[in-house]
Design a protein. Structure first.
Length: 134
């Protein structure tokens, strides 16, 4: 699933439709091929939040074709770092993995200004994550 010479990061939120998709989009854009990036949800939605697509497009990141994915045990097993965002205990825990829980506002149903604030918070956290991994 991953290249053993580079770290793999899995972003997890409930619906895999907002926070985790934005985080994965930023990590792909900012880290390039230095990090393998995955995202999933404990209860994936049917589509990515349109507000998230809009605010990421403002940053030049296209999430229009992203599709929410179901969280699997294998996805966690193959990740070096698992970032959770409000999914509670739904994420399996494996010894030796790095886990972080990012407390972020859920952008679902929020006005675009709030979604932009969440996006900007995510970007800052992703930049810190990159610095810790490469």
């Amino acid at each position: 699933m991953t290249d053993t010479t580079k770290p793999a990061v899995l972003f997890v939120c409930v619906h895999n439709a907002g926070r985790s998709q934005m985080a994965a989009g930023y990590l792909r854009a900012l880290a390039g091929d230095r990090i393998d990036v995955f995202s999933a949800g404990s209860e994936p939605g049917n589509a990515v939040n349109p507000q998230a697509v809009t605010v990421m497009a403002e940053e030049g990141i296209d999430l229009a074709d992203a599709v929410p994915q179901i969280l699997t045990t294998d996805a966690v097993r193959h990740a070096d770092v698992v970032i959770t965002m409000g999914c509670g205990d739904a994420c399996p825990i494996f010894p030796g993995k790095r886990y972080e829980d990012w407390q972020l506002t859920d952008p679902a149903g929020q006005p675009v200004d709030v979604v932009r604030e969440v996006r900007d918070d995510i970007r800052s956290r992703v930049e810190g994550l990159i610095a810790s991994l490469v």
